[in-house]
Design a protein around this ligand. Structure first.
Ligand code: TXA
Ligand code: MG
Length: 315
């Protein structure tokens, strides 16, 4: 069947959909986003409805450049330092300016707004072509795996949402989310830029937000990023017959074996994580045993996702 919902190499066609208030999924360097004009209330409502996302969970706004970001939020000198990672997989939670025409539903009533300038050239060209900031959560039904390819988005929303194809996402994990508490830098979500990379580049400490603390990301739920299969973590000797997700040298295994990175490269493992979990779900696997992943660098974000993926929403 001809797939009419995938748009190839046509930024203008994609931009026109967004300008007319429609939803469009687009590639970023982290995962695919479910995009809408951030100034259009109806379009933003459609994001929440399409994802079945709780209305208390605010969206990240994607900007084409620093000027666009500055028109929406207040940058402290410390925030400007963090903005050195832009364009890139970093979202900054900053005070929302009063004079913007961003839909109030985007920030779920908070006085702050999460903004990011994506590094993916298609994403930036698209935002420029629309001429407005784009709100975009990951393009998956709430609680499920984030998509790292156009096909996953098409399946996740049963072809109801058009997708601008940009191939496989480079990082494969969502952006790192940073907020500020006076002069403290707080990591709300581990993500595609490792905490120690930020610390090294700036010579400043990045504090991990405590679960349930006042400064947190409302969307960091215990159960999230969840494949249909049941996960068991830190398994060096897999006992089951279903599937094993290896890292580094793989043990003997009679079931389906996928290796996140045979050479033990954490970046490659991050890129493959959601794609492989998705692949195993497609195969109808019921149980996945997962190798231990070192908790350094990007390993922090991988382990965060794996931990949440273990918890099933209906348990
Ligand atoms: O890489 C990414 O960040 C992807 C791509 C598409 O950009 N987007 C993404 O969006 O992961 P989403 O909606 O799946 O996750 C956004 C997270 C949620 O946990 C939400 O609670 C948090 O960001 N967030 C958004 N605005 C916030 C705010 N003002 N304060 C605290 N947390 C916020
Ligand atoms: Mg998400």
């Amino acid at each position: 069947m001809k797939n009419i919902s995938i748009i190839q190499n046509n930024i203008e066609q994609a931009a026109e959909l967004l300008r007319s208030g429609k939803l469009l999924a687009f590639p970023t360097e982290t995962v695919y986003g479910l995009g809408a004009d951030a100034t259009n209330d109806d379009a933003i409502l459609a994001i929440y409805q399409t994802k079945n996302r709780p209305r208390f969970n605010p969206l990240i706004v994607h900007c084409a450049d620093f000027d666009m970001a500055k028109s929406l939020v207040e940058f402290s000198p410390l925030a400007v330092k963090l903005a050195k990672f832009w364009p890139g997989p970093l979202s900054l939670v900053l005070p929302l300016k009063q004079s913007t025409n961003i839909s109030s539903i985007v920030s779920a009533g908070l006085k702050t707004l999460a903004v990011r300038i994506p590094a993916h050239p298609i994403a930036r060209s698209l935002i420029k072509a629309v001429g407005k900031p784009l709100a975009a959560p990951s393009a998956n039904p709430s609680g499920e795996l984030s998509p790292t390819s156009a096909n996953q988005v098409i399946k996740a929303f049963s072809k109801k949402v058009p997708v601008l194809d940009g191939g496989a996402c480079e990082a494969g994990l969502e952006s790192t989310i940073i907020a500020f508490d006076k002069d403290k830098i707080i990591q709300l979500r581990a993500g595609a830029i490792a905490r120690d990379e930020i610390e090294k580049a700036l010579g400043l400490e990045v504090i991990v937000a405590q679960e349930g603390s006042a400064i947190s990301a409302p969307g960091m739920l215990k159960s999230h990023y969840s494949p249909r299969a049941q996960l068991k973590l830190n398994i060096t000797k897999p006992m089951g017959q279903d599937a094993y997700l290896a890292f580094g040298k793989a043990p003997e295994f009679s079931g389906t074996l996928l290796n996140l990175s045979p050479k033990g490269d954490i970046k490659q493992a991050a890129k493959n994580l959601f794609a492989y979990l998705y692949q195993l779900d497609e195969l109808g696997v019921k149980n996945i045993e997962v190798a231990p992943i070192p908790n350094e660098g990007l390993g922090e974000a991988i382990n965060d996702r794996l931990k949440r993926a273990c918890v099933k929403p209906n348990l």
